[in-house]
Structure formats: structure tokens, C-alpha cells
Design a protein around this ligand. Structure first.
Ligand SMILES: Cc1cc2nc3c(=O)[nH]c(=O)nc-3n(C[C@H](O)[C@H](O)[C@H](O)COP(=O)(O)OP(=O)(O)OC[C@H]3O[C@@H](n4cnc5c(N)ncnc54)[C@H](O)[C@@H]3O)c2cc1C
Ligand code: FES
Length: 256
């Protein structure tokens, strides 16, 4: 896997639903080496403020590298102001990858919470040609956090949505959607990314049903290269860095 640090031209940076933006970068070479679940570390401004880069999962990696993001603070608000034609300093692709399902897998269930759905899009691109049943269970705070999920459908996924306030889909947490699927420990693979309480619920569900589950974990990052240990999480194998050892872990190992 080849990592690149370079300045890439912004081709688009637009609001795609009330809460989310999509950034597209002219980064063909990087797109070729991105695996599902990897992330990029972006210097969001030209100045020293904010000082640290910000990590974002790769949302899609076809001819361009795309990132789906929510403007929540200083860095992401600054990113939302960047214009097509400008350049962004990017380091990536970083981190490990989701392992694609083993032979014999009949059903893949992707469970995303909020912006955590981002790495599941690129995963669904990698799975598009697989014959297995593909399902996306997506939990969001409200309708404003639900973007057009048609590209998941184009990749052959059945899509089910729950919102905390009931403004779209089923009323409640993503766990309300677990009853939409009939799983089998031998032939079902689960992939998840989202807020910690959601992933804790997914861990419980996968343990109760004896399912293999890979989870992409997000922590605040500084170096993103495994050097500062700032992004460590507690696992059954001790503290592991989410940037270098992860972000993808076997959910059984993660202590939420
Ligand atoms: C591997 C990885 C992949 C990520 N992928 C995406 C993505 O695809 N799209 C996206 O929008 N965001 C993603 N994030 C989260 C993103 O990095 C943070 O939202 C961003 O760093 C916030 O920067 P800020 O300056 O806007 O916010 P800050 O001003 O730094 O913080 C604003 C708020 O966001 C919280 N926050 C900051 N960093 C994180 C974080 N890493 N995880 C959770 N909460 C955080 C803070 O606690 C605070 O409440 C990812 C994080 C990691 C580690
Ligand atoms: S951010 Fe420095 S070790 Fe992960």
C-alpha cells in the first residue's frame, strides 16, 4: 500500500443534504491504492490554524477521492469553505482495511451510524460484484442527516433507515433495524462504523448471534502515523492505535 502526501485539487465541495458535505479531489493515483476502510489526513487550511490535520474516511475512490463530512467544529467548518480549484494537502491512504468477506459468505450487513456511514460506501463499491445479499442499516439523528443513499442501492444493497426523532424511516436507534435481518453465523458478515454507543450495541448483537463483525473506530488524531499514541483505544490485546493498528478492528477485541 503506497502512501502519498501531496496537494490535490478540489473538484467539488458541496452540501449534499442539510448536514453533510461531499468533497471531491482530483487524486487518481491515490484513488487507485485506497482499500475499503482507509482514511486520509487533511490539512484543511493553508494557515497554521487549525494546527493539526483532520482525519476522514474515504467515502469513494474511483477516478477521484471523495470524502463525506459533517461540519462540526473549527476544522470541518473551515473545510466547508474551501472552493473548487483550490488545493488541499492530503496524506493517505492511511490505516488498515476492512477484510472482504471470506468465500461462502451469503450475506453482508453494513451498519452505519451518522457520518460513520462514509467508509461503508467504499466497502459497498468493493462488494458491488459479489453475489451475496447486501444490506445497509443506517441510523441517523434526523432526516437532515440522511443523504441520497441511491449509490448503495446501485451497488445492490437493500437499505433500511432509522432516525432518532422519527423524521425519516423507522423511529428509533439503528438497533430497531436489527429485526429486518435473519442472520447465520456461518454465512453472515457484519461491518460497522458509527458512534461508540451504537457500536457497543452492534457488538452485543453480533456476540448474541455469534456473527463475525469488523468495526471501524474513530478517535481524535494528531499524527495519524502511529507515533504520538494519542488515538489509542482499549482492546482485549491492550491499547492499540486507531490510526496505525486500525481504524478497523475485530469488534470482539474492542472495549467500548
Ligand atoms: C479514522 C477516522 C475517520 C473519520 N471519518 C470521518 C468522515 O468520513 N467524515 C466526518 O465528518 N468525520 C470523520 N471523522 C471525524 C472527523 O475527523 C472529526 O469530525 C473532525 O476531526 C472534527 O474536526 P473539527 O475541527 O471540525 O472539530 P473539533 O473542533 O476538533 O471538534 C468538534 C467536535 O467533534 C468532536 N470530534 C473531533 N474529532 C473527532 C473524531 N475523530 N471522532 C469523533 N468526534 C470527534 C469533538 O470532540 C467535538 O465535540 C473521522 C475520524 C477518524 C479518526
Ligand atoms: S494519531 Fe498519533 S498515534 Fe494515532
Amino acid at each position: 500500500m503506497r502512501q502519498i502526501q501531496n496537494k490535490f485539487k478540489i473538484t467539488a465541495n458541496e452540501k449534499i443534504c442539510p448536514k453533510f458535505y461531499k468533497l471531491s479531489l482530483d487524486a487518481k493515483e491515490m484513488a487507485r491504492s485506497v482499500g475499503p476502510g482507509q482514511f486520509v489526513h487533511i490539512k484543511v487550511t493553508e494557515s497554521l490554524e487549525p494546527f493539526f490535520r483532520r482525519p476522514f474516511s474515504v467515502f469513494r475512490a474511483k477516478k477521484q477521492v471523495e470524502v463525506l463530512y459533517e461540519a462540526v467544529g473549527k476544522g470541518t467548518v473551515a473545510l466547508a469553505k474551501r472552493e473548487p480549484g483550490e488545493y488541499l494537502d492530503i496524506l493517505g491512504p492511511l490505516g488498515n482495511q476492512f477484510c472482504l468477506p471470506p468465500k461462502g459468505t451469503k450475506q453482508v450487513v453494513m451498519i452505519g451510524g451518522g457520518i460513520g456511514v462514509a467508509p461503508l460506501m467504499v466497502l459497498s463499491d468493493f462488494l458491488a460484484k459479489e453475489k451475496c445479499e447486501k444490506i445497509l442499516l443506517y441510523g441517523a439523528r434526523s432526516k437532515g442527516h440522511v443523504f441520497d443513499l441511491k449509490d448503495f442501492k446501485k451497488n445492490g444493497c437493500k437499505v433500511f433507515v432509522a432516525t432518532d426523532d422519527g423524521s425519516y424511516g423507522v423511529h428509533g436507534r439503528v438497533s430497531e433495524l436489527f429485526n429486518k435481518i435473519k442472520t447465520d453465523p456461518q454465512t453472515t458478515a457484519i461491518y460497522t462504523c458509527g458512534p461508540k454507543p451504537m457500536m457497543a450495541a452492534v457488538k452485543k448483537f453480533s456476540e448474541q448471534n455469534k456473527l463475525n463483525c469488523q468495526a471501524s473506530c474513530e478517535e481524535v488524531m494528531a499524527c495519524a502515523l502511529g507515533a504520538c499514541l494519542g488515538c489509542s483505544i482499549k482492546t482485549t490485546k491492550g491499547y492499540r492505535t486507531t490510526c496505525y493498528d486500525g481504524p478497523v478492528f475485530d469488534i470482539k477485541e474492542v472495549i467500548f
